[in-house]
Design a protein around this ligand. Sequence first.
Ligand code: ADP
Ligand code: MG
Length: 559
Amino acid sequence: MAKQQFKAESKRLLEMMINSIYTQREIFLRELVSNASDAIDKIYYKALTDDRLVFDKDSYFIKVTADKENRTLTIRDTGIGMTKEDLENNLGIIAKSGSLAFKKENESKDGHDIIGQFGVGFYSAFMVADVVTVISKALDGDGAYKWESTGADGYTIEPVEKDSVGTEVILKIKDNTEDDSYDEFLEEYRLKSIIKKYSDFIRYPIKMDMKSSRRKEGSDTEFEEYEEEQTVNSLVPIWKKNKSELTADDYEKFYSEKHYGFDKPLKHIHISVDGAVRYHSILFIPESMPFDYYSKEFEKGLELYSNGVLIMNKCADLLPDYFSFVKGMVDSEDLSLNISREMLQHDRQLKLIAKNIQSKIKGQLQSLLKDEREKYETFYKAFGRQLKFGIYNDYGTHKDVLQDLLLFYSSKEKKLVTLDEYVLRMPEDQKYIYYASGESNERIEKLPQTEMVSDKGYEILYFTDDIDEFAIKMLMTYKEKEFKSVSSGDLGIEADEKDKEAESESNDSKELFDSMTEFLSGKVKNVRASKRLRSHPVCLTTEGDVTIEMEKILNAMPN
Ligand code: ADP
Ligand code: MG
């Protein structure tokens, strides 16, 4: 019996695979450029051991050319090229990776910079092209060959003429359909921006002929178009450069080029780790809050690169929520990518990196606090609230990371102080860390409840942010000192003793207080005499954990 053919179905299968692996079709260019870079890497590694070869960096490059008229896009490289067998094996068999094989063969020596490993990236070209033609001449081959395919139907291979070693991948860009346009993949500026986005740090120059216009010679009003070959990628990523060679300006430029923010970064952190997990990272603490910071639209995360190739725009797992304001990137060669390179296979390495990064950010904030107080206060005004949320969330599990970073306005110092500074200044007989809550510092200053504590010479922290008291409740203590609201019933100072005396006075005026309590029923629990007042006739105090201010906030919360 004759075998049935799967032909039509396998074509559909390839299409399905390609279109379901990748979320964006622009990544085909990342894949083809990565392959070209791998091919140049291979010739470079070969040159290291082969005396016949001299690797002259200038003669190795990748060139991307769009031809609008013929609707073709060509990616040419001067890499190692493919023999007829290579074309059959590496492009003819889906999921076969010549690069992975190369890496395994050379594991002990070289090859760790090679990007390819899955053997599917090449086929992403079919997301944007009807026909893919590959013309290649291998370093150790017998002439050049042309491989051509319209998808899973199969491919043809035939000998062709080609002078130099290397590969040309020619895509016949799809025609536009009623609801889909492919023209963007023939536009130089669009192509350049895709390259900048994903392949900016490919080690070899990616060249394009870019059109520009200039003033005609001898004329003030007439312009002429001209074409110029440009290298569009940045080649060496700033994070792989030596810190000592970089200036604050370089980091600022990187910050704005990457569109991390419109402001200037307040501080940068440049990390290179070569330990249990290897990674490079450049992080920024912004100066001001992004306009959407507290909106649903805001997405935290860092850019994630694998070997210099962008794989994720916002990797949220790299940043805890309380440091969500941090911007920047991480590049690691130790990540296990999934097949699309858009996600990670395992998160063990990522967790290690995240933990490491978290402690670096904390360290940087602490040194900012210590050495550049003014800058820290700018930061704190923008993002302090986020730190306090961080303490409050997850039942205070992160308090150790965050408590030293808090600042509150001090009644004594008339400026922001840390808890540590407060505790250091505490007189010996002071038992508690006192705080007072209110809408503003001015209002708190006028609270009758603050008088007695202040008169005693004790410092009071002013809580003007909704979250303050909630966060403090999670801390419970700082350096073994409990927090105490000035409006709580028991202030732990000697006047409390006097309050007891006052109690007997309360008994003397029992009738008056009883009728006042009755009159205010539902509003207060009890009316009694107090010795804690100085210049005010009355004040409110609370019993138990929830203070008046917290009650106000809780009552105002939507149910
Ligand atoms: P991967 O890059 O993950 O190995 P691809 O599907 O992108 O998978 O490519 C398959 C294989 O084809 C590569 O491993 C490589 O051996 C070969 N290849 C692709 N493009 C080129 C090129 N420009 N030059 C040389 N070899 C290439
Ligand atoms: Mg590849």
